[in-house]
Structures are given as structure tokens and as C-alpha cells.
Design a binder for this molecule. Structure first.
Ligand SMILES: Nc1ncnc2c1ncn2[C@@H]1O[C@H](COP(=O)(O)OP(=O)(O)OP(=O)(O)O)[C@@H](O)[C@H]1O
Ligand SMILES: [Mg+2]
Length: 363
């Protein structure tokens, strides 16, 4: 068992910088998710752990060992790819055995490990088939099986569920989470899907343009996003943002066409910043209709309904106040008429305040 450490890691292709100054400490037994939009460098970071990409600067450690110069096969890792990468001409059993045989594992041990992995993953009845005779979900299970028979120190997953349909993705997500709990193997999991990140990771590391934005538990990142990018990336529907100014000696947040009182809990942020330009973030789940129970201090605002999207258990209402649009979550039995004026209740203690210039969370 081993943790994984990035120390000031950079990746450059000639003049082009892909990752700069990456510091990340992944604990032994931890499930760490690297999440961010396409092209932000997630796969590159993962591939540097695997030894599939050279490290331009800094160090990557697995356990106590710096692995920059260690060959992939000697790093004690196993990687699962989006594409499954199974050998098409081999049976499932042969696919599972392959890595073990290369390492000259005795046959009795190979048989035992393959049997155990197949049982854990529920693929024992498929061992004599070829990959093309399996469904996508079954193939992905085999790909995971090939990783677990090796009993590596670290699992690396690169978007392993992207090729599956929505329902199977949710099911496999839970299976991988359970498997990691059972095996307690340090895991680094790459995805661009913030829901996967939130549901699977012990901690998540949010990346943008090759730079780490924030590392924390899912709840920390959701409740205390460190900047506008993270705030917008985590949560569905995304957080509402409104430009505003702090006024009245730090007791009022004044937007173009409405104002919100600063709740007592947030005054320590606003009182020293009277006159500052800020961006207020309000999650849709913190704007509700007056029928719903609320938490802490609240304020009522009136807005015009532009769109209402019924989702069954709730309705998403897109409402405008001048040029500002807010998305609110409303009781499905109180869905408002289009173009009507609605009262919306804002939970003030859940507001997020960001510096308008630096885009960083006020602290
Ligand atoms: N061999 C290469 N030469 C130059 N640039 C590269 C090379 N490989 C990748 N890149 C660039 O590095 C950046 C990061 O790529 P990477 O594959 O790590 O992104 P990602 O976050 O995994 O994205 P995705 O979600 O699309 O898989 C991208 O801008 C990509 O174009
Ligand atoms: Mg990728």
C-alpha cells in the first residue's frame, strides 16, 4: 500500500506548458478524483503517475520512492482506461491472466487470483468468452478485473465509465466505490463529470488549464469553493452569479436591480470591504419558493418567470430581475406561470462572495 505525491510537477511539450507547479498529496488508501474540463491536464497527470508520460520538472512519488525514472511495469500500479483496452483475440480468462503470467506468477496463484477477482466482479460465468461477446458494462468489469488481480499499490482510472449508458454508469460508479472500500487500495480516478467526482471521491482535486484550483472533500468544495471557476464547475444546475457592490458599511449586497442584507454570519467578510465590487454566488437549491422550509436568515426577492423546467420532484425556475437571471428550485405543485412575478426566498447564510477582480472567494 502506498500514497502518491506530486511535488512541483510540470509537464511541457517543447515550448508548450500543459501542467505547472502541481502539488498534490494523495494518502495511502485514499480515493482521489481529479476532475476538470476537457484538456485541463487530468489524463496527463495520471499518465505521469503510470510512467506513460515523462515528467518535465518536479517529482512524482509512489510510497516513499521517487518514480520519475522507474519503468511503468516496476511502479506497482494498475491502470483502467475508458477504452477498456482488452485483447480481442483472448478469452476473458486469458485477459485476466495476462499481466500475471508476464510476471511469472505460478499457475496455482494465477488461478486463485482470477477466480477471486471474477467472483468479486460477478463475471465468473463469462471467463471463456471473447471480449466482443460481452456488453460494454461487462467489458468494463473485465478491465477492472485485470487491474485488481495484480493487487497493485495504486489503481489509476482514466474516465472508465464514459463509454457506458447513463444507467449503467450510475451502477458501475457504485460498484467501483464499493470495490475500493473493500480492497482499500489507493486510487486516483480521472473524470470530467462533477457528479462522479462528488459521489466517488474521498477528496476531489479540481483542475483548470493545467493548474490545481482546489483540493478538498466533496462537501468542502461544494460549500466553500475557492474561486469562481470551482463554484461554477461543481453543482447542478450551476451556481447563479450576480455582480454586486458591498454597501451600507458592509451590511448590504447591492446588485443592479435588487439588494440582499448581509447575514450576521457573513458580516466579518463584508464590513471591512465596504464599497468593494463582488460577485455573489447563490446556488439554485438556496433559492426556493415561500412554501419550502429554509435554513438560517433569509430574504425575499421578486423576479419575473422566464422559463420553468419540470423535473418531477422539483421545478427549475429561470427568473429575471432586470438583466440578472436566477435559477431557483421550486415545489412542483407550485410551478409558476410564465411571465408572472414570483416571490423567491434566498437563504442568505449560503451566499458565496467572490472578489470581482481576482475571482477568489472572500476569506
Ligand atoms: N503529445 C502532446 N503534445 C502536445 N500537447 C499535448 C500532447 N498530449 C496532450 N497534449 C495537450 O495537453 C493538454 C492536456 O491534455 P489531457 O489529455 O491531459 O487533458 P484531459 O484533462 O485529460 O482532457 P479530456 O477530458 O479531454 O480527456 C491538452 O491541451 C492537450 O491538447
Ligand atoms: Mg483525458
Amino acid at each position: 500500500m502506498a500514497g502518491v505525491v506530486f511535488e512541483k510537477v510540470a509537464k511541457r511539450y517543447g515550448e508548450v506548458s500543459i501542467i505547472e507547479g502541481l502539488n498534490l498529496d494523495i494518502q495511502d488508501k485514499e480515493f482521489m478524483v481529479l476532475v476538470g474540463p476537457s484538456g485541463c491536464g487530468k489524463s496527463t497527470a495520471l499518465r505521469m503517475i503510470a510512467g506513460l508520460e515523462e515528467i518535465s520538472d518536479g517529482h512524482v512519488k509512489i510510497g516513499e520512492r521517487v518514480v520519475n525514472e522507474v519503468a511503468p511495469k516496476d511502479r506497482d500500479i494498475a491502470m483502467v482506461f475508458q477504452s477498456y483496452a482488452l485483447y480481442p483475440h483472448m478469452t476473458i480468462r486469458e485477459n485476466l491472466e495476462f499481466g500475471l503470467k508476464i510476471r511469472k506468477t505460478p499457475q496455482a496463484e494465477v488461478d486463485r487470483l482470477v477466480k477471486e477477482a471474477a467472483e468479486i466482479l460477478g463475471i465468473s460465468h463469462l471467463l471463456d468468452r471473447k471480449p466482443k461477446q460481452l456488453s460494454g458494462g461487462q467489458r468494463q468489469r473485465v478491465a477492472v478485473g485485470r487491474a485488481i488481480v495484480r493487487k497493485p499499490a495504486v489503481f489509476l482510472f482514466d474516465e472508465p465509465l464514459s463509454n457506458l449508458d447513463a444507467k449503467l454508469r450510475v451502477q458501475m460508479r457504485a460498484e467501483i466505490t464499493k470495490l475500493q472500500q473493500r480492497l482499500q487500495t489507493t486510487t486516483v480516478y480521472v473524470t470530467h463529470d462533477q457528479v462522479e467526482a462528488m459521489t466517488m471521491g474521498h477528496r476531489i482535486a479540481v483542475m483548470k488549464d493545467g493548474k490545481l484550483q482546489q483540493v478538498g472533500t466533496p462537501l468542502e468544495v461544494y460549500e466553500q469553493p475557492s474561486n469562481l471557476f470551482v463554484a461554477a464547475f461543481i453543482g447542478t444546475p450551476p451556481m447563479n452569479f450576480v455582480k454586486a457592490q458591498i454597501r451600507n458599511e458592509g451590511t448590504l449586497i447591492a446588485a443592479a436591480k435588487f439588494a440582499l442584507p448581509v447575514p450576521v454570519k457573513l458580516r466579518h467578510l463584508t464590513v471591512p470591504r465596504d464599497g468593494a465590487n463582488v460577485v455573489v454566488g447563490i446556488r439554485p437549491e438556496n433559492i426556493v419558493d415561500p412554501s419550502k422550509p429554509t435554513r438560517g436568515e433569509t430574504a425575499m426577492i421578486q423576479a419575473k418567470v422566464d422559463i420553468a423546467e419540470p423535473l418531477g420532484h422539483e421545478v427549475l425556475v429561470y427568473a429575471s430581475i432586470g438583466d440578472d437571471t436566477l435559477v431557483a428550485k421550486v415545489d412542483p405543485h407550485r410551478a409558476p406561470q410564465l411571465d408572472s412575478i414570483v416571490d423567491l426566498v434566498v437563504e442568505l447564510e449560503s451566499l458565496h462572495l467572490f472578489d470581482a477582480a481576482t475571482e477568489r472567494r472572500l476569506a
